[in-house]
Design a protein around this ligand. Sequence first.
Ligand SMILES: [Zn+2]
Length: 476
Amino acid sequence: MFQIYNSMTRKKEIFKPVEENKVSIYTCGPTVYSNAHVGNFSSFLMADLLVRYLKFKGYQVKWVMNITDVGHLTDDNELTDSGEDKMEAASRRENRTVWEIARHYEDLFMKDLKTLKFMPAFKYPRATEHIEEMIEIAKALEDKGVVYETSDGIYFDISKFPEYGKLSGNTIDALQAGARVDVNEDKKSPFDFAVWKKIGGKNLNHAMKWDSPWGTGFPGWHLECSAMSRKYLGETIDFHTGGEDNKFPHHESEIAQSETANGKKFVNYWMHKSRVVVNNEKMSKSLGNFFTVSDLTEKGFSPEAIRFTFISAHYRSKLNFTEEQILESQKTIDKFNDFIQEVMKSEVSEGSTQVLSIIKSSKQQFIKGMDDDLNVSAALAALFGFIKPVRKNINSGSFNQKDKEEVIKFLKEIDSIFSVFSFEEKKGKSFSEEEKRMIENLIEQRNICRKEKNWSEADRIRDELNKMGVEVVDKK
Ligand SMILES: [Zn+2]
């Protein structure tokens, strides 16, 4: 049974889908005004791992990740209404229109998803293409009397939603006791959030704008996720995922809007990815530890190793991301890939063996780990434990054709979740007769050097052979 930690109830719960055998997952996607950094991708990869594991378990998964292409305030995640519109700022910085900015960074984001081998989502809806659906929800909120109009927009009156704060703990009382915020004279409470912003005042030059019953303007950030998740996944969804910093005010406000508008529970399981730090420091451009996917691939790290670094750390533990870790990930992947090559090239025997039962118990252990709130390290331990006994069977000549096929099948199944292994059989190079004579001669010379304990010369010859594409393996 699959258990998952629900950020709402703050405990592990057994997963029960809304609809039998089906799963709906909504992920808060990127705001496309600049390059997404690896911290963003670590959060999206948590969702990818969830999607892939649920598919592995036989569910029919519908995954939606939105693209926030409407400009919002730079400090939207704070409680103030100040700050600069991110999309507009990028437009000035890069001397392109806001629309060009949005499409450009969306393209880059899609490329990065491909590079990191994400499972394609069912849909990547753009906020700008769902304004109608957002207005529909805003109207429903107006009908229920939970929003009010000010000179600069339509605000959600959080005192009308007593459960406000149930996800993040930022209840109205807690907010009043704690946070210091700029008082917006027009707002009933400084903590009320915008559902719709009007063009005018400081929003006068907002380039993206649409007509609405409340005048020309643009939607509040939280509204888009309420609208797009309802459109594609329905009123009550199974999973909603995001980064830890999305909890408040973003997800808290989504809940208030969706549950008020629909009169139904919005999300059954909330999943939040813990923050990523780099070399124990918060990731930021000024510290120079802000990495994009292409920064890392240009440094020569493989996409598989980057991907593995994020998915192999538990999503609820704070990940300290370092280059050494990516190298460690690569070593782990290589270990498995070498094993896969070994299996594919192994000679099969007639004898019946224990390999099938080794697969069975490893798979059980693997599932046990993953079923426990996606505990990848426990699942990986099962896989590491798998290599040794299988290798023993191969080396002792008790490995038949069926064993071979089942081992590869099992590893491919695992890789439908991890997506980091390589199953392409590496073919040996072919040499001309002349080259073969040369190679044999070099090997003979090297054997003599080894007998004479002339290690440096033996190494030199080995390097020469390597350069010719010959791998030298010394056995007893
Ligand atoms: Zn969202």
